[in-house]
Design a protein around this ligand. Structure first.
Ligand code: SF4
Ligand code: SF4
Length: 224
């Protein structure tokens, strides 16, 4: 999931000060779980804007904010007049959700209320860990399912480095050494021999920007 954090509200209000009416768009997926774009946060934002003398024409939590077509259909079907009336769309999800709204409202200003931080896992309620850096060429099968690109601050592919100390990373005693974790994991699953395999330098061209993937086209070509 995409982990988001609320932007500083003073900063946000300064950015949107020239607009008087807003439609609020949240997301029922990641942003709701992060507490940045579900129903309670939309209510909170509405109250904040109204306390500043602004008008909120409508609020809507999209099913999946980064799904452009689905979000467009949901808004146009249920909240067309409310969204059309607003001078500005405030998107309370991730950067991808914000850009869905840009696609939908080409002639209207769209502002994000959140910062998008990383791709992560929710390990306990509203506690998130970064687990994958979307490198484009996954090597988890070599590392017992623990990602060194993300969990090791140096992204070392053949670790550990000389700084590991009693299972902790040299960058901080609060951070477990990724390669100690990988060693322990491989040992637990009886795959320690995998440590002997040398990983080749990473092909970072698999991570070039901007990326697109057309699964339908690939299927038609019979590649997948
Ligand atoms: S190896 Fe790459 S794709 Fe796999 S988990 Fe790590 S960053 Fe993500
Ligand atoms: S101590 Fe471990 S986690 Fe830290 S930089 Fe070295 S190999 Fe990576």
């Amino acid at each position: 999931m995409i982990i988001t954090e609320k932007k500083d509200r003073k900063h946000l209000l300064e950015k949107i000060k020239e607009y008087n009416s807003f439609f609020l768009l949240g997301c029922s997926e990641c942003a709701s779980l992060c507490g940045t774009g579900g129903e309670p946060e939309l209510v909170e934002m509405k109250e904040l804007l109204e306390s500043e003398g602004k008008k909120v024409t409508g609020t809507f939590v999209a099913k999946t904010g980064c799904q452009v077509l689905g979000t467009k259909v949901e808004i146009k079907k249920n909240f067309k007049s409310e969204a059309d009336e607003a001078e500005c769309i405030l998107v309370m999800s991730c950067g991808a959700g914000t850009q869905s709204a840009v696609d939908i409202y080409k002639d209207k200003p769209v502002y994000p209320t959140n910062d998008s931080l990383f791709l992560g896992n929710m390990t306990r309620m509203q506690i998130f860990d970064e687990r994958c850096s979307l490198c484009g060429e996954c090597i988890l099968e070599q590392t017992g399912g623990i990602c060194p690109v993300t969990a090791c601050p140096k992204g070392i592919l053949n670790g550990p480095c000389g700084g590991t100390n009693e299972g902790k990373c040299e960058v901080s005693p609060d951070v477990d050494c990724a390669w100690t974790r990988i060693y322990n994991r491989l040992k637990a699953i009886n795959r320690l021999d995998d440590m002997k395999e040398i990983s080749k330098p990473k092909n970072w061209s698999a991570h070039k920007k901007p990326m697109t993937l057309n699964v339908r086209e690939k299927k038609e070509e019979g590649k997948k």
